[in-house]
Design a protein around this ligand. Structure first.
Ligand SMILES: [Zn+2]
Length: 274
């Protein structure tokens, strides 16, 4: 976990431990980075739920009615390309949150939110987050930073799909999935990976075979295990580094809170000591 700069089970203030009493969930990085004051505004509304791979949280053109803070799974933002096919334009893992209510005047986004790595998600009503963010500059900034993160991914993915090879794009996608979930084990079928990247399934099969032969991954029955992160970064395109941890909302929120002189350890400091 420490590789990703996110806290362990309790978070810097033990906040999620209180939320998921008796559970062993690791925390969402954005929630863990909040000041006690900001977290306190959200806490009464926070709930936890496990969602399976393939669960549609909201459909494109709809307003998500809940804000999701992934703890161990990943949400893919997908846009329908043609009947039965949808491309991923971004993803949200434990480094961020998604589903903010922009208000009735805001345009709805074309992307659907689909769980593409089963896991635990903390969630709350979007209208309650909106109400809290109107009263808290910190929460308002969290929303902006999380929205910018999705926009940055969409822009990078647009460039990636246009100029980078299928091999490099698959490497980028796999590295991102591992970072988002904080796990070396990515439960995804080759069909889903191919769809997210707009590739033929046979192309993905060939790429996965090559990575496996190079000792970078092991692929078994819908589960990819990353054996060599350095090798995977080498196989991925430069987009992977452009969307690295220094851009993550969890880092930006934490650094802002620390810079403001909050009298608590940062997520990373807590990590180092733990
Ligand atoms: Zn790329």
């Amino acid at each position: 976990m420490s590789e990703f700069g996110l806290p362990g089970a309790a978070g810097p203030n033990g906040k999620l431990a209180a939320l998921s009493r008796g559970g062993n969930a690791t925390s969402n990085g954005v929630l863990a980075a909040l000041s006690p004051e900001a977290f306190g505004r959200l806490k009464p509304f926070l709930r936890e739920r496990f969602f399976r791979d393939g669960h549609v949280l909201w459909k494109g053109g709809e307003r998500p009615d809940r804000v999701y803070f992934p703890v161990s799974g990943m949400i893919s933002l997908v846009v329908a390309a043609k009947p039965g096919a949808a491309l991923e334009v971004g993803s949200v893992g434990r480094e961020s949150a998604v589903g903010f209510d922009g208000g009735a005047d805001a345009p709805t986004a074309p992307a659907s939110g689909v769980v593409h790595a089963s896991g635990t998600f903390v969630h709350m009503p979007a209208r309650e987050f909106a109400a809290a963010s109107r009263q808290s500059e910190e929460l308002h900034r969290v929303e902006l930073v999380c929205r910018e993160w999705i926009l940055a991914q969409a822009q990078q993915v647009a460039v990636c799909n246009a100029i980078h090879s299928a091999d490099a794009r698959f490497g980028r996608w796999l590295a991102r999935a591992a970072e988002a979930t904080g796990s070396d084990v990515v439960a995804v079928t080759q069909e889903v990976a191919a769809e997210m990247l707009g590739l033929r399934r046979t192309t993905v099969t060939l790429i996965a075979q090559n990575l496996q032969a190079a000792g970078i991954i092991r692929y078994q029955r819908g589960v990819i295990t990353i054996l060599d992160h350095t090798g995977l970064r080498g196989a991925a395109c430069s987009c992977s580094a452009s969307l690295g941890p220094s851009r993550w909302p969890s880092r930006l929120v934490a650094s802002r809170a620390d810079g403001a002189g909050a009298d608590r350890p940062s997520a990373e400091a807590a990590n180092r000591s733990g």
